[in-house]
Design a protein around this ligand. Structure first.
Ligand SMILES: N[C@@H](CCC(=O)N[C@@H](CS)C(=O)NCC(=O)O)C(=O)O
Length: 231
């Protein structure tokens, strides 16, 4: 993180790339809180000085700039937004045990789903490795079906009645899941195996706060993947 002292203003800016599973949750969280922000699309192969200066350690997106001060790491940004603009809708539960549980599942997604996603994006040309990535994603989603049952308690989202922290962290991947679904010829979140999660996916995509942020053009996502693979 860079910058010191109090935020000079309330101006919000997000540095991102549109299909990033880490940028998407931040944008939806800002929408949920009703905060307007400037979105700056980065070229990760020609990073702006603003990005490099704002995240000098990792040089990755997302970066949230709040009054010129930088906050890095998507899950930390989500928690910053939730703490600063507390109240409805809250992203994390107020009960400490439920909050710990939400953080646990978000960390699980960042470990198991992210690693499977990396394989599916970057090892596409190695069919065995790619199939292994799909299988690993499937295993993680099976586990998350149980997590959804426990966390949602029959309500529409991991967060209960509304989108919460775990919803945002998993929801960031849906654009890519749609693209991978086109390759494998079925939904990655398979309604036959994980019906609760499949219904959750439909609800998350349909939420107003996710519209225009979660990519729904699978061919555009697949074209972006080809750009990544070419580079
Ligand atoms: N743990 C980070 C991961 C962010 C990340 O990997 N961002 C990718 C884009 S999807 C990036 O900026 N990559 C640029 C690079 O690695 O040089 C977070 O949650 O914010």
């Amino acid at each position: 993180m860079a910058g010191a002292g109090a935020a000079a203003s309330d101006e919000l800016k997000v540095l991102g790339v549109w299909p990033s599973p880490f940028v998407i949750p931040v944008r939806i969280a800002l929408n949920m809180k009703g905060l307007s922000y400037e979105y700056v699309e980065e070229d990760l192969y020609n990073k702006s000085l603003l990005l490099v200066g704002s995240n000098p350690v990792h040089k990755k997106v997302p970066v949230l700039l709040h009054g010129g001060r930088a906050i890095n790491e998507s899950q930390i940004i989500l928690q910053y937004i939730d703490e600063l603009w507390a109240g409805t809708p809250a992203l994390l539960p107020s009960d400490p045990y439920e909050r710990a549980t939400a953080r646990f599942w978000a960390a699980y997604i960042d470990d198991k789903v992210r690693s499977a996603w990396v394989v599916m994006v970057f090892r596409y040309k190695n069919k065995d490795e790619w199939a292994e990535g799909v299988a690993r994603a499937g295993e993680a989603l099976d586990t998350l079906e149980g997590a959804f049952r426990d966390c949602s308690k029959g309500k529409p989202f991991f967060g209960g009645d509304g989108i919460g922290f775990v919803d945002l962290v998993l929801g960031g991947y849906l654009g890519w899941f749609g693209a991978f679904g086109k390759i494998i010829g079925r939904r990655l979140i398979d309604p036959a195996k994980t019906p609760l999660l499949a219904a959750w996916e439909d609800r998350f995509r349909a939420a107003d706060v996710a519209k225009g942020v979660v990519p729904d053009d699978v061919d555009k996502v697949l074209a972006y993947q080809q750009v990544l693979l070419a580079r």
